[in-house]
Structures are given as C-alpha cells and as structure tokens.
Write a protein that binds this ligand. Structure first.
Ligand code: ADP
Ligand code: GLC
Length: 468
C-alpha cells in the first residue's frame, strides 16, 4: 500500500507543535511495518533546509487565480529520517523562515495544488492521500470535484483533525484561486458563509480521524461551529490516539539531556537534569520543580498561570519553570513575574527544542491545564521520562492519564481549567512529593507505560485497508 501524508509540519524539518511530531513519527512506523509511507511538505527556509542538500526532481508552474507561480519538487540528498519525503518549493510563497503567516490561504493552496499537479505526473496514483489539518483540507474537495484532478476521483482521502480550533476560513471572493470545478457543488466548500477548508474536508474526505477518542466525542458538542457537521458525518469519523516516537523520546539515549537514564538509574539521572535546570534558571534544587512547556494560547490555559503561580509561590514550597511562546501579553506577564519570585520561578520565552527535552527529564511535575487538548504529546513524553503529569480531564489528556486516587493511578487530574483547580492539583502534588516512597514508585511505574506508535500505527493501517 502506498500512503502519502500531506502536511504543513514534520519533525525535524519544521515544527510548531505536535502536528510535526506526529507526521515525523507515524510514517516511520508505517514504513517499518512494510507500508510504503511518504510525506509531502512545503520547503521552508529553516535550519534543516539550510543544513541539508536537495535535488529538484520535477519543475513546473501552477496557477493561483490570475497569477502563475514556479514550483519544484525536491528530495533530500541524504535521507536518514526513516521514511521518504518530498518538498514542495514555491519560492515566492513558501520559502520563508516561518511556517504560518497572514497569507496562508494563498500559501497552502499553492502547496496543495503543486502537490496534486506533481502526483498527477507519477506512473501510479497513491493508494491513500492522508491529509493533516486545514492546511491540506482542500485536497479531498479538489480530488473529488476539480476537472484537473479527475484521475484521483477514486483515490481514498483521509483527514486527520489535529486541532479543530483552526479551520483556514477564507471569503468566497477568493474561490477563483481553486482550480475549476462544477460550481453547482460550491456548497461542499462552504460552512457558515465562508470557504472553510476544514469543514470541506470533513464533508469530502472518505474518512475523518481525530487524534484521541475523547476529542472525537467532545467535537460533537464543541468544535468552533462544526458540531452539527461532525455529528452528521459521525459514521465516517473515528478517534485514534496519537503515539510518541519511542526512539526520539528515550531518556536512555536522548542526546539533548544532561544525563541519560533508564529505570535502573532514574533517580540520579533525573537529579543531574534537575540540577542543570536549577543552576541555569536560579531555582532551589530542594523544592519540587513544576514545569510547563507549550504554546501560550487560550487553549492551553496558560492565561490562568500568573494568578495560579502567585498562589503557589506565595507558599514558598515549590519552584516553577515555564518554557513557551505565543500571546504577547502573556509573554510579558511571565517575564514580569520573574522579579517577583526570584529563586523560585523562571521562564524561557521562546521555542527551544533541546531545552524542552531537559525539562521533561528534570522537572518533577508538568502542568497541562488545557481548555482544549485534542491529544497532547507532552503528557506522554512526561511518562516516558518519569515526570508526573498534572492535567485537566479533557481530550487526549483524559484518555492517557489516570488520577492517583483511582486504581493504578499515576497522575494528577482536575476537572476545570481554572486557577483554583490548578492550585488544588499542585497542592495534591506537593503531598505526593512529600511521600518520597510513593513518588518514586509512581515515577518508575509511568516510565513503563508504552505509548509508542506501535499500537496506533496499526489502527491507521486497518483504517487504510478498510477503504482501499
Ligand atoms: P500542540 O501541538 O497543541 O502545541 P502537543 O502537546 O501535541 O501540543 O505538542 C507540543 C509539542 O511542541 C511538544 O513536542 C512540545 O515539547 C513542543 N513545544 C511546545 N512549545 C515548545 C517550546 N516553547 N519549546 C520547545 N518545544 C515546545
Ligand atoms: C494539535 C493538538 C494537540 C495534538 C497535536 C498532534 O496541535 O493541539 O493536542 O497532540 O495536534 O496531534
């Protein structure tokens, strides 16, 4: 079977969040299971592209309304990723040092059109086109409706929704950017009066997946306007829990952390990493360290932290380290908090892949009070590294973390995304930390929980087989 993943992000080439981690791992596991699985992504001006060499295997032009753009398809000269990858280079639109920006309608339409134009030239059509999020959401429509792509009319398409908060809306006056189709079917593009790529993909894709079963259920009642559509299309929808890349996220071999460890030397290994963090960020090694890693956006509940952190830090029993970027107002608040709680709070405002690994390896607890969490990978990285997750019961967090009060529980769960629930969960974590025997026992237990892609990759393969 020949699977083509089409995505805006892929680790280690370009990463904004978990989408990159998934697209950088799932094809690897599928390839290892003898399924031919390749990725097509935009060619950005990023560190990875600057430090690797590429060869153009196809050159052509594409039409976006009245404008003609040159594009080429590139391959990596030395590919050690574990799966095949192809890059769409539209120099005028995509070759930038960022992934997302203001003119994403044009950028990602060009990406999708170039992708299909190139696939048309191949001897064999793919068995499955697997589209990720709204950036590739017009592909199911285009393959079904556009005259240029009738060859793909019977090629199954899958949409995976990583996050329904972002839908790629654009006004109908840009409909001319989409290659010609029977205008009687324009309704397949529309949702609520706009062209909505995510809604269009939900309508047109052969199957729709979300990245956890709970999120699939939640979307039926809370999906930023798409609730009724998802309920109507529920027969073709399924939630498949993400996995994590077991090789990249392995404390025994991770090259980014300060001391490698496994179950046999977890205490000393983690202490070295905690020591590094405490020295670098001027934090007290003797206090339990609470971390946060993530995008500073409403969905992640990070706006609740300034108040919650103050309440926790006033007790002078814990240290907090935040690693994140996003909302500028929040960034400023987290910077300002530094002078209030010197020695027990610090923040790194920005994106730092290496530092994130050390936080997973050195923090005692990780906070995830998300309002929306389709899956969440951080909590699974925590488990692998022996950091106890503190999560809100929502989406994938609900599917992966069991509270310590329940049978075989190992995490701290709270119901609401609120300051009081966060502080309450931290209090419970403090109690657990004081019981070092139990704390260490849980730490070892969570490191043995297997969230590698092995299980979920098979579920995708079953899904592919069911429609091929
Ligand atoms: P989302 O995709 O919604 O941001 P996930 O939990 O699925 O959330 O994935 C987030 C990924 O991005 C994880 O790999 C996490 O370690 C990483 N990450 C988020 N923010 C940062 C940051 N500021 N620096 C380094 N890594 C980050
Ligand atoms: C999205 C979601 C996150 C999920 C990730 C990978 O960015 O916000 O919860 O883990 O995609 O699927």
């Amino acid at each position: 079977m020949d699977i083509v993943h089409i995505s805006a992000e892929c680790y280690p080439i370009a990463k904004v969040g978990g989408l990159a981690d998934v697209v950088g791992a799932l094809p690897k596991y599928q390839t290892a299971s003898q399924i031919s699985s390749k990725v097509i992504m935009p060619y950005y001006d990023k560190a990875f592209t600057q430090s690797n060499t590429f060869t153009a295997i196809y050159e052509s032009q594409l039409q976006l309304g009245d404008t003609t753009y040159n594009f080429s398809i590139l391959t990596l000269n030395e590919n050690t990723l574990g799966f095949d990858i192809f890059f769409v280079n539209v120099p005028d639109l995509l070759f930038k040092d960022y992934v997302y920006s203001a003119n994403d309608t044009e950028r990602f339409l060009a990406f999708q059109i170039a992708t299909l134009n190139w696939l048309l030239t191949l001897d064999k059509t793919p068995d499955i086109l697997h589209c990720h999020d709204h950036h590739t959401g017009l592909i199911p429509f285009m393959t079904q409706e556009c005259y240029d792509y009738t060859v793909f009319k019977h090629t199954p398409t899958i949409l995976t929704i990583h996050n329904a908060q972002y839908q790629g809306w654009f006004p109908h006056d840009k409909v001319g950017l989409i290659p010609a189709f029977n205008f009687d079917h324009v309704g397949l593009l529309d949702w609520g009066g706009d062209i909505n790529p995510l809604a269009s993909a939900i309508k047109c894709a052969w199957r729709v997946t979300t990245v956890s079963p709970s999120y699939m259920e939640e979307l039926k009642t809370s999906a930023k306007g798409l609730e009724s559509l998802l309920s109507a299309e529920s027969d073709k929808c399924v939630g498949i829990l993400n996995g994590i890349d077991w090789k990249v996220w392995n404390p025994k071999t991770d090259p980014f952390i300060k001391a490698n460890y496994d179950l046999r030397n977890v205490a000393s290994g983690r202490l070295t990493n905690k020591n590094y963090l405490c020295e670098r960020f001027n934090l007290d090694i003797n206090k339990p360290l609470f971390g946060f890693i993530g995008r500073l956006v409403y969905e992640k509940g990070s706006d609740l932290f300034p108040d919650a952190f103050r309440q926790v830090l006033e007790k002078n029993e814990a240290s907090i380290l935040l690693l994140g970027s996003g909302n500028k107002e929040q960034e400023a608040q987290f910077e300002a908090l530094k002078s209030e709680y010197k020695g027990s709070y610090n923040a790194f405002i920005g994106y730092d892949e290496k530092l994130s690994h050390v936080v997973y390896a050195g923090a005692d607890f990780l906070l995830m009070p998300s309002r929306v969490e389709p899956c969440g990978l951080n909590q699974m990285y925590c488990l692998r590294y022996g950091t106890i997750p503190i999560v809100r019961r929502i989406g994938g967090l609900k599917d992966t973390i069991t509270d310590i009060s329940e049978d075989n529980g190992f995490g701290l769960c709270h119901n609401e995304a609120s300051v009081s629930d966060i502080v309450g969960a931290v209090d419970r974590a403090m109690t657990l930390y004081k019981d070092q025997t139990k704390f260490k026992q849980i730490r070892k237990h969570i490191m043995k929980i297997d969230h590698s892609w092995d299980v979920s990759a098979k579920q995708y393969i079953n899904l592919y087989q069911s429609i091929n």
